[in-house]
Design a protein around this ligand. Structure first.
Ligand code: ADE
Length: 257
């Protein structure tokens, strides 16, 4: 996966992605990062890249020319094949895990980061293929959203995470939030690790984890819970049967009533 970022702050992108898993993947070459300074492409002799908006209004706009020429330089380096150009904007489609998974299939991705009050519409029309927002709030520029997207996309690229399927097992791959996890010691601050996790009974552990995921998702993200429940109706049938069997067993043993 080759990431190309058109930005006025390339050092922010490079610094932001050079640690931990992203840093290691860059070192290994599983992903590459080409942060292009839009200012290097301005035709203005004072290196200016912004100007006032026609019709008035607050703030300055990034001009079309430097953005377009920076894009052409990147396009040149990629070659003939079409490339997706993602403009980070609160006016875009909201980023999600499915989008990360889909984008991870591309060989190259170009991110366009705006600043000031935005970018001249004409260059956006000319080069942008995807308008993406990372949530309903306004940031000062597109760099942080681009880094968020690159992080989420990179971990869906084969070879970036140590364990091949660990990206698939986590929250949002199946609509559920993650179950709680515990490590040593067995007792910390008077709190004990749930007994079931020490039992060695793998099936029981999996059952408990799914129950915890469902509890958490239902409480925090009911709309995700509903989606999961719709697609997994057989789970509730099986659960009801299991509980009925247990009830009958207890009745038989005269422990109930
Ligand atoms: N630029 C400013 N705010 C943004 C957001 N929420 N998502 C994407 N790009 C942005």
């Amino acid at each position: 996966m080759n990431f190309h970022v058109l930005t006025l702050f390339p050092e922010m992108i490079i610094q932001g992605l050079n640690t931990s898993i992203m840093g290691r993947s860059l070192e290994m070459g599983t992903i590459t990062l080409n942060a292009v300074n839009i200012r290097d492409y301005t035709a203005n002799k004072h290196k200016k890249v912004d100007d006032y908006p026609y019709g008035g209004g607050a703030g300055m706009l990034m001009q079309a020319q430097p953005v377009y020429d920076a894009y052409l330089a990147v396009k040149d380096s990629i070659g003939e094949k079409p490339v997706r150009v993602i403009y980070l904007t609160p006016q875009g489609k909201t980023f999600c895990q499915d989008m990360a998974k889909e984008l991870a299939k591309e060989e190259d991705l170009v991110f366009l980061c705006g600043h000031y009050e935005g970018i001249d519409e004409r260059v956006l029309e000319e080069i942008v293929t995807d308008y993406v927002s990372i949530g309903d709030y306004v940031l000062t520029g597109g760099e942080l959203p681009a880094m968020v997207m690159m992080d989420a996309v990179a971990r869906m690229v084969p070879g970036v995470l140590g364990n091949q399927d660990s990206g698939e097992n986590e929250s949002f791959s199946n609509y559920l939030l993650e179950y709680p996890q515990y490590s040593r010691p067995e007792v910390w601050n008077g709190k004990k690790v749930p007994e079931i996790l020490l039992s060695g009974n793998h099936a029981k552990v999996e059952e408990w984890r799914l129950e915890k995921s469902l509890e958490k998702t239902k409480a925090v993200r009911p709309e995700l819970y509903e989606k999961w429940a719709e697609e997994n109706s057989e789970y509730f049938v099986k659960k009801a049967k299991r509980e009925e069997r247990q009830r009958k067993k207890l009745l038989k043993e005269k422990l109930l009533r």
